[in-house]
Design a binder for this molecule. Structure first.
Ligand SMILES: [Zn+2]
Ligand SMILES: [Zn+2]
Length: 96
């Protein structure tokens, strides 16, 4: 079950459970679409995998299985991330 984290890990933007901008990797590292497209180039800075749109949990189930509230902010160090990003950004996530 997804934690549904509340903010973008890189820029801190609010990503409520019904957000259509939230993107996640397979480990559920969570970023906004803006960061994924313009900063990360679809490379997760933690695992190197691709990111996909986070599904929205139906409201009635969100009450029973609430979203995570703890905010995890870990702004990407662009200098050290550049190596991982440039190695992966031209490779489809399914081929990484
Ligand atoms: Zn962001
Ligand atoms: Zn990841």
């Amino acid at each position: 079950m997804l934690e549904i984290r509340p903010i973008c890990e890189n820029c801190g933007k609010d990503l409520p459970p019904d957000s259509t901008e939230a993107m996640i990797c397979t480990f559920e590292c969570t970023f906004c679409a803006d960061c994924v497209n313009n900063v990360l180039h679809n490379v997760c800075p933690n695992c190197g995998g691709g990111l996909e749109k986070r599904p929205v949990r139906p409201g009635v189930l969100l009450k029973k299985y609430p979203a995570e509230t703890e905010k995890l902010l870990k702004t990407v160090n662009l200098k050290s991330f550049a190596v991982l990003r440039d190695k992966n950004k031209h490779i489809e996530p399914s081929d990484r």
